[in-house]
Design a protein around this ligand. Structure first.
Ligand code: GAL
Length: 487
């Protein structure tokens, strides 16, 4: 019996993989670690493909649905289930090209599917963006099922109340009234559609954020205040996330205010989850890190956010522990993961900006993510930005940027973490990079190199001996780095 239990435990921890450590009993002491930046893997070892995700909690299980971008421009809708938002079981394709509707996979595609439970009809209902390949149809689609994991039946596709509708989400209020909220009339305004009692059709709509071109809306209610996060319309490229709040869904929304940095930490909102614990309620932001680097590798990013009466604390947390019983969360302790930097010194750097502030290279290894190294801003960039001549900016010559660090002694290392600047600006974000190591400071070996450094994510390489490391990049606009850590 004991052996069986042990094997069971081993099997359970085996598929938890890199992403989480959980114990088996739900107790006050159980913490789940959520790590951002990597593609999630399901319990069968496959990529989790559920982009633009929608969530529904049934009992103690989260059901997540989203776009399967693995192979097709026409995504199927996948469903996964999980008790901890880390260990995901693939349930099934709840909406499938050709199978669910003959037009799906050719004349129509689905984006941003969202899931609700209608207590009145005891049905599960999906609303989504129901689109043609050039985004001209501008329609919504509705599906339903008597069981949460489907498969789902097509109910209706079209423009809700005749209104052109694209990026979308749903919101169910405390009294069970459901809403579909979408970007309407050629991405100009947001439409808030109140749904019928059975959640299957729109009965009334209100125009919000007129001419503001908001998309990727996500609403949460905290007490008697509604908070909405949304983005601008820049396709798959990230832009600032904005907050607005109101005491009423249909009127009184506050001015849009940016939260987080200029690119919402390379995400676009998909959902906001509420974790009600015995000690506190925690809200989790769920966003898509699209095209990382291509569409199929888009990542789902989760981090805690919190609301005050008129704002939202929206700080990216790369890795955190959450306790689903108490509702508490904390940044994951990394004290014994990264190599001690007290003996480190910068041997060389390509340049350092010192125009308005000191951005010396040593700030990249001072252990403080609020300070940063920034290379000299190229004159063409300043001129190009001043004259808003973006072509000129794009034509700028590449130049090699580098920072060389002496760690003081030889270490065995197997990866690094490059933390981007945290002052709200995204200029200087490193994408193309090479990471070199050396034992003697003369002979260098490139241990990691790519045109794409994922945002604020650990990069692994084969274990090696090194006393020195060098990070290089030839980003045209220069580079800025808040911190480099090595493990
Ligand atoms: C984004 C939108 C995505 C997808 C994409 C297509 O603006 O949020 O859901 O529609 O455009 O370019």
């Amino acid at each position: 019996m004991k052996h069986l239990l042990l094997i069971g435990l081993l099997a359970a921890t085996a598929h938890i993989g890199l992403h989480a450590q959980t114990t088996t009993n739900a107790t006050q002491n159980e913490w789940t670690t959520i790590t951002n930046g990597n593609l999630w893997i399901d319990s069968e070892g496959n990529d989790v493909q559920a982009h633009g995700a929608g969530f529904l909690k049934v009992g103690d299980t989260w059901y997540m649905i989203g776009e399967d971008r693995s192979s097709s421009w026409h995504p199927d809708v996948n469903m996964y289930s999980s008790k901890d938002l880390v260990n995901w079981k693939f349930e099934r394709k709840i909406i499938e090209n050709k199978v669910t509707h003959p037009d799906l996979g050719s004349k129509r595609m689905i984006e941003r599917p969202k899931l609700m439970y209608c207590a009145k009809t005891q049905q599960y209902v999906v609303w989504c963006h129901w689109e043609s390949s050039n985004y001209a149809a501008s329609e919504a689609g509705v599906f339903y099922s008597n069981t949460v994991n489907g498969p789902y039946t097509y109910h209706w596709g079209g423009r809700p109340l005749g209104v052109k509708s694209r990026d979308c989400n749903v919101f169910v209020d405390n009294d069970g009234t459901a809403y579909f909220i979408s970007t309407i009339e050629e991405n100009q305004h947001l439409g808030l559609f109140r749904l019928s009692d059975n959640y299957l059709s729109a009965v009334e709509y209100t125009e919000l954020f007129k001419w503001k071109s908001r998309e990727a809306p996500a609403i949460v209610r905290v007490g008697d205040t509604y908070y909405m996060l949304s983005s601008a319309c820049t396709g798959w490229d990230p832009n600032p996330c904005m907050l607005s709040y109101s005491k009423s869904l249909t009127e009184g929304w506050s001015e849009l205010k940016q939260v987080g940095n200029h690119i919402a930490y390379d995400t676009q909102a998909a959902s906001i989850l509420t974790i009600k614990g015995t000690k506190q309620t925690t809200h989790l932001y769920v966003g898509d890190r699209w095209q990382d680097p291509r569409l199929p590798e888009s990542k789902t990013i989760i981090f805690p956010i919190s609301f005050t009466s008129d704002s939202c604390l929206f700080d990216y947390t790369r890795q955190f522990d959450i306790n689903y019983t108490t509702g508490e969360w904390r940044p994951t302790s990394t004290s014994d993961r990264y190599i001690d930097k007290r003996q480190w010194r910068v041997l060389d750097c390509s340049s350092a900006e010192n125009r308005q502030a000191d951005y010396a290279a040593h700030y990249a290894i001072d252990g403080d993510i609020k300070t940063m190294w920034q290379t000299e801003t190229p004159k063409e960039l300043i001129e190009g930005m001043r004259t808003r001549d973006w072509r000129r900016v794009e034509r700028m010559a590449k130049s090699q940027h580098r920072i060389v660090v002496d760690m003081g002694k030889v270490n065995t290392i197997k990866g690094f973490l490059c933390t981007p600047r945290t002052d709200g600006i995204s200029l200087g974000l490193i994408r193309n990079y090479a990471f070199f190591v050396s034992e003697d400071g003369k002979n260098w070996e490139a241990v990691s190199k790519s045109h794409w450094m994922p945002y604020w994510t650990e990069i692994d390489f084969a274990p090696c001996q090194a006393r020195y490391f060098m990070l290089t990049s030839n980003e045209r606009r220069g580079v800025s780095v808040a911190e480099i850590d090595v493990f």
